[in-house]
Design a protein around this ligand. Structure first.
Ligand code: ATP
Ligand code: MG
Length: 422
């Protein structure tokens, strides 16, 4: 390999390693996703080596710092580290390790160390143990630092690959999960609340590529550009692929058509309708499931009986990833992801219009009767015909609203608002 020793990043993935024959598919998606996130930061190279991804930037090695901050959030990444790549010859490894440990001694005041070696390349001249002992001795002589195997102040990690040796002294955890895109497309119901953005993040963690849908009460879709929905889309796009797309669906058609519905039926019947619209959208965008931020027992509309009513007659699964979380856990995740502040900001949601006193045990028959009476499949088509798409281009930091096409994707024109100074 040319140009060694050189600084780069090593990215380790977790679950992908167990995916057998599909491993290449998972690795390729992760590689693509890393490149997409790195694109705004400069010209990076990503290459697969011995089940790790190596990230380098020939023009500007300093750009690796920014790259590390971005890649640490990418699903599929178990951990990552800034590494020195050395040739296989022991002498090169020794001198790079001396520089690394000397730096730790001088800048971070470290006085004890250990070497932890791992050998992916089984034909290498030294075993892991032999490398650790030999390098430990040489580092002790060169730096004057003491070896402490049980509680070292510094650890030099040595990773022996087929064509190079990687050295590093610290690593950072990634979010784990699967690369976005590997499990398929899902339509996600996004409200302005705390739960549904967190649910979106959890769906992406399991590799789902999300198209968001939001029912709004404002007079026009353009007005949503000025609300927290645009900011939530922007934040969530950091974790997804291909920019962000939020389908804005007006609530008015439904409101007018169902004016005489019994108030205590409203919350569940409306959620049933939202699910029908989401399914129709799913067929258009090639999604094969719906997801929501529903919990269980958190609010009156979320009893098991009512969730069964919402799902009655569906043709695809509805996934509810926050069901396993308490509210306090969801709030904590929202803070970590960066959606909490926007979620608690003022916003007029359609759920604040429908009755706040739902039946906790709706009958499936009553919900299906309402669907028949108001002809929900046709009403859903009519509603979708008025829907528009909000799109966010992460590279350009631009967000805009455009008519909804048959297969919504990022990139387009019309009404661009720059969010850079948001
Ligand atoms: P959230 O905090 O996500 O709003 P919530 O606990 O307030 O959740 P509900 O308001 O009952 O619960 O909503 C349940 C789920 O229904 C939401 O998580 C979301 O997936 C979906 N939902 C609610 N309102 C809307 C909306 N206006 N547009 C799209 N989806 C919605
Ligand atoms: Mg809500």
């Amino acid at each position: 390999m040319a140009g060694v020793p050189r600084s780069s990043l090593v990215v380790h993935y977790a679950e992908i390693g167990t995916k057998g024959n599909n491993r290449a598919f998972f690795e390729n998606q992760l590689e693509r996703n890393l490149l997409e996130k790195l694109e705004p930061l400069g010209r990076f190279k990503v290459e697969l080596r011995d089940q790790r991804l190596m990230v380098s930037n020939r023009d500007d090695p300093e750009a690796l710092k920014g790259a590390m901050a971005v890649l640490k959030e990418v699903f599929g990444v178990a951990w990552l580290a800034r590494v020195v790549e050395c040739p296989l010859e022991y002498e090169g490894v020794r001198s790079a390790a001396v520089s690394e440990l000397t730096l730790l001694k001088d800048t971070a005041n470290r006085s004890t160390f250990r070497v932890t070696a791992k050998r992916a390349n089984k034909s290498y001249e030294l075993s892991s143990q032999q490398m650790a002992v030999k390098l430990g001795d040489d580092l002790k002589k060169a730096t004057g630092l003491e070896v402490d195997l049980s509680n070292p102040q510094a650890t030099i990690f040595v990773d022996i690959l087929s064509d190079r040796v990687l050295l590093h002294s610290s690593k950072e955890r990634g979010p784990g999960g699967l690369p976005v895109g590997v499990t398929g497309k899902v339509v996600h119901l996004l409200s302005g609340g705390i739960d549904s953005p967190v649910a979106a993040w959890l769906m992406m963690k399991r590799g789902c590529d999300l198209t968001y849908v939001h029912f709004f009460v404002s007079p026009s879709a353009e007005q949503i550009l000025e609300t927290k929905m645009a900011r939530l889309l922007k934040t969530l796009s950091r974790f997804g692929i291909g920019g962000g797309r939020l389908i804005l669906v007006p609530f008015t058609e439904y409101q007018v058509a169902t004016g005489d519905l019994r108030p205590e039926y409203e919350p569940v019947v409306f959620r049933h309708f939202m699910r029908i619209v989401a399914e129709k959208l799913a067929h258009r965008v090639g999604a094969i499931a719906i997801s929501t931020g529903d919990n269980l027992g958190q609010v009156a509309s979320q009893t098991l009986y009512n969730l069964a009513c919402i799902d009655a007659g569906s043709s695809m699964p509805t996934l509810r990833p926050v069901v396993g979380h308490d509210k306090s856990e969801i709030v904590k995740l929202a803070e970590t992801i960066g959606t909490y502040e926007d979620s608690i900001a003022d916003y007029k949601d359609c759920c604040s219009i429908v009755s706040r006193h739902p039946k906790t045990r709706m009958n499936v028959e009553d919900v299906l009767a309402a669907s028949l009476r108001y002809d929900f499949p046709v009403l859903a088509e009519k509603t979708l015909a008025k829907a528009e798409a909000m799109k966010f281009d992460a590279h350009e930091q631009a967000i805009w609203v455009e008519p909804l096409e048959a297969a919504p994707r990022v990139k387009g024109s019309e009404l661009k608002v720059n969010l850079e100074n948001d």
